[in-house]
Structures are given as structure tokens and as C-alpha cells.
Design a protein. Sequence first.
Length: 371
Amino acid sequence: MDLIKKIIFPGIALIAVCYAFGRFSYGLFMPEISKALHLNDAASGAINSGTYIAYCLSLLTAPMLINRKGHHYVIQLAGISAVLGLTGIALSQNAWVLAFSVFLAGLSTGWASPALGNTVNAELAPDLQARGNSWINTGTSFGIVISGPLYWLFTDYWRLTYILFAVIGVVVLLWNRRVIPATKTLPCTKSLWTCMKPTRPGSALLMACLLTGVSSAIYWTFARNFLTDEKGASDSEAVLFWIVMGVMGILGGCAGRIIERIEIGWSYRIGILLLAISLGVILLPSMAASLISAIIFGSTYIFLTSVFIVWATRLFSPNVSIGISLAFLALGAGQFLGSSMAGYTIEVFSNTTAFLAFAVLGLFGLLIRVK
């Protein structure tokens, strides 16, 4: 039990710093940052897309770095890039410095997940690994729970908030450096490209991740705008929506136990159905429906990503960092494509048509056979 706490708690904290602070907080504070630096919507959107590019690049390099240096080294690399990126955002005076800092913070996410997955595989007993990975994956939700109230309290003092994020990042980096064992995992015995080449079951995993990324992108990108622009929600209600989504994501930590009980296949199918339902419920007119949608989406998205992590570790064992990198790369690629597709669909048709279309698109994931 002590070893579980030693691995899981610092892992949750690192994911919170890298994902919630380093990657997603820019979208939360973007209106205030854009106003302070005199950025138009196109420039702000282009800078935000840098997080996706950085995420994909770091996911591609993570297996190689873990193979050569070990997961302990890559965990520290993720923490350092997050702290430097967050500090750069806080001190940025122009678009170029901001863009570089957002990119640097975004790199941390693609290094953190595979390295922590490798840590769980190396340090925990097989019967504890699904639960360990699932709880570490909830770090994003814990971070959102922290960043949401901070946005509420310090909306006009976003630089101070990012300094606070960076200070928390330093503490978390030192914590992981101290407690995560510097175990060197078995390297890929073949060429790295051979190890990364997916098998037929691996291709099913990547397709599931891609479709989930596409269908969930509209929610991450446009749900808050839909609430304020279409449903007339206030900024406070929109932030409450964000916090509720984060709080409920913590329930995704139960994914490990659920997978143990009903297996990956049923866990994945139930998750896909609930994700589609959340996209439909947000269209109902009341604010209560929006909060119900946030509850369903927040818990289901983290649950599904936990399913993908466990699925990847079982398919690619012992090279679990490769499996997690490929799964999250497909998820990120789907979100990148989905954001563009969603924006175009909303512009040509309507929010209602777009959310329903993406819900139906996500349901195609039920056709994927899970092995």
C-alpha cells in the first residue's frame, strides 16, 4: 500500500500540473491573456493549436527517451518543461514569447503519461496496475478543480495565477524526483519502429482513440462558448460548468476496478454510449441540463482515457510507454481534426446540428471489436 501511494499520489500531481495547468488552462484564461497582449482571435487560436503540436511531438519522442534514459528521467523532463512553460506564460510580453511558452508547457503532457505508465508497469504488481494507471489519469480532473476556482478569484490577475501554477509545478517536480524509483525498464529489444508498429488488435485501439478524440473535441473546444453565446449563461455559470466537469472526472479513477469486473470491452462500450449522451444533453435548454452534461462528460472522458491506457499496456507489454504514446497520439490527432471539423460544422449549420453529428460520429466506435 505504501508503494501504491508512493507512485500514485505524485503521479496524480504531475498530471495535474502538465495537463490542467500546462495544457488546458490557456483556453480558460485565453480571453484575459488575449486582451492584455492585444491578440486577435486568429492569433489566440493559432497559439492554442501549438499545444496539440507539442503534445504530438512529445508523444513521438517519449518511447525513445524512456528506452534510452528511463522513465525517471522523462518524468523530470516533463516537470521541467511544464514549469518553464508556465513561467514563460506568466512573464510573456508579446505573442512570440507566449507561443513558445505555451508550446513548451504542451510538451510536458506527451512525456508525462507514457513515463508514468512505464513507472506503474515497473513498480506495481500486475493486479494493481489498472487501478494505478486509472487514478494517475485523474490528475487532469484534480488540476481542473484547482484552476477553475483560481480563475474565479484571479480573473484579472492571470500572471499571478500562472506564477502560482509554476510554483506548484516546482514542488511537484521535486516530489517526483525524490520518490519515483529510478528503475531502468527493459528496452525494446528490436528496432523502436518495429515495436511501435501496431498489430491488428493495436490498430483497433488506435481507431477507438481517434474516434473518441474527434467526437470529444467539440465539447472541449466549444461547450463553454455554447453555454455563454447560445444559452445565455454568465461567466460564473460557465466556470461552474468547468469545475463540475473537473470534479466528476475524479470518478474516472474507478475505471481500474470497473475494468477488472466487466473487462475492457464492456467498459469501452459503456463509455462511448455515455459520451454520446453527454453531447446530446448539453443541448437541452436549462442550465441544470448543462451541469448534468458536464457530470456525464467529465466522468466519462477520464474513464475512457483510463480504459485506453489499460488497453494499451496490455497490448504492448512490456513496452507500455510505446502503447500509451500511440494511443494518446491517436486521441490527440482526433481532437485536432475534431476541433477544425466542429468549427466548420457550427459555422455552416448550427451548434445543435454539430453536437448531434459528433455524438453520432462517436457512436461508430461501438463497431470496433475490442480484443
